[in-house]
Design a protein around this ligand. Structure first.
Ligand SMILES: C[S@@+](CC[C@H](N)C(=O)[O-])C[C@H]1O[C@@H](n2cnc3c(N)ncnc32)[C@H](O)[C@@H]1O
Length: 375
């Protein structure tokens, strides 16, 4: 049986000591954002001088000191990542009045400079356009020039790599990579540099007040990034794990994961969700397949029939890269100890079994599956 491990550490991620050098394939994270007021206390806890600078109205010094705290984490990421490993960092810029003046604090630019100084290679980044009611919002002098400011309606997802492109050399590595493929039509949406319509989930651990307090990102963000930049069985890390959104996405996608956070109460949410994880995971897989079938049916009519065939699901696909693609059904999620979760999956079966599993995985009729939201 296939299994993954999910390890939680309640400690400061400026030191990732339990994690071995060169052992992590992918980092997906969203740090506390410097110069956003809700994180002032967290930064003051890491370096009291940040609080003093804010009190003194010295925004530039506070901004730099806060980023020096984050720099320690980026240095640690470099240590723990394998050559060819990728780091995806979700960060928003900040606007703030400190002292007499209002201004922008470009967090994404500062983080990217730091990553490059450490040695990471920047890759094309993603701009996450957040849903907003912006036309009714304004900052500054409103309709009167020249003291009005544009509103920030996006965040950045920086993508960087350690060293050269990852190699998949052995037959086993190549097979796992093929089984980790995503559908062609998903690729077209997910590899775009602008993500629209990625909104917060109402399901499970991200719900309600906890999500607000933790600034959790939508489940779909780590879900896409993990699908795009890692393969099954890899080790993923989130040094600012919060409510464990990255851990949950990794578990559903059959990757191992390690999460760090200072706030134990938030990460406990990961364990609170474990009973519903198999159902949620298998519903997501079923919905991806349903969408693909719909795509294959209409695509074949519009143009030429799809040329290739996915074996496990017995479904036409656009490219030969998708022919072994398979979403391992989650069987169980077990708490092995205070901070360790183990997930068990069904391995890749023969084609007939795969189709049976897909149909039974939600326990719902075709009609009801049609109404399932993916995230
Ligand atoms: C933006 S939130 C991350 C939310 C997370 N992506 C989620 O979906 O729930 C940042 C998190 O970093 C944690 N944090 C801040 N400083 C930290 C540090 N030095 N070490 C570990 N965690 C830290 C905070 O407690 C908070 O949960």
């Amino acid at each position: 049986m296939m299994k993954t491990r999910h390890l939680l550490y309640f400690q400061d991620s400026r030191h990732l000591q339990p994690v071995r050098d060169k052992s992590v394939h992918l980092a997906v994270t969203s740090p506390p954002y410097p110069m956003i007021a809700m994180w002032d206390d967290v930064f003051a806890g890491m370096d009291p001088r940040t609080g003093e600078a804010i009190q003194a109205g010295d925004g530039k010094t506070a901004f730099e000191l806060m980023h020096c705290c984050l720099d320690d984490v980026w240095e640690e990421l470099w240590r723990v990542m394998v050559d060819g490993g990728i780091a995806c960092i979700n960060i928003g810029d900040a606007t703030r009045r400190t002292g007499p003046d209002f201004g922008l604090y470009p967090n994404h630019a500062r983080v990217l400079s730091s990553l490059m100084a450490i040695g990471f290679t920047p890759l094309p980044a993603i701009l996450w356009r957040k849903p907003t009611n912006a036309p009714t919002k304004f900052m500054g002098s409103g309709m009167l020039p020249a003291g009005a400011y544009v509103t920030l309606e996006h965040e950045h997802i920086l993508v960087v790599r350690k060293g050269s492109r990852r190699k998949f050399a052995t037959d086993r590595e190549k097979r796992i990579r093929r089984e980790s493929a995503i559908f062609w039509e998903e690729r077209n949406e997910w590899y775009s540099d602008i993500w629209l319509n990625v909104i917060g989930t109402r399901q499970g651990m991200n719900a309600g007040a906890e999500r607000k307090r933790s600034a959790a990102f939508p489940f779909e963000i780590p879900f896409r990034l993990i699908s795009m930049f890692s393969v099954k069985g890899d080790w993923v890390i989130d040094p600012f794990a919060g409510t464990g959104t990255t851990l949950k996405a990794a578990a559903i996608l059959a990757r191992n994961c390690q999460g760090f956070d200072l706030d134990r109460s938030l990460l406990e949410a990961v364990f609170g969700e474990r009973d519903t994880l198999p159902g949620h995971a298998n519903a997501i897989a079923a919905e991806r397949l349903r969408r693909h079938r719909e795509f294959a049916a209409t695509s074949g009519n519009r143009r030429r029939p799809l040329k290739h065939f996915n074996q496990p699901y017995q479904v036409p696909v656009v490219t030969s890269q998708e022919k072994d693609l398979f979403f391992n059904p989650v069987l169980s999620a077990e708490r092995l100890s205070a901070d360790v979760l183990e997930i068990s999956y069904l391995p890749v079966p023969d084609s007939v079994t795969a189709v049976d599993m897909e149909q039974s995985s939600t326990g719902q009729s075709d009609d009801r599956r049609g109404q399932l939201k993916l995230f």
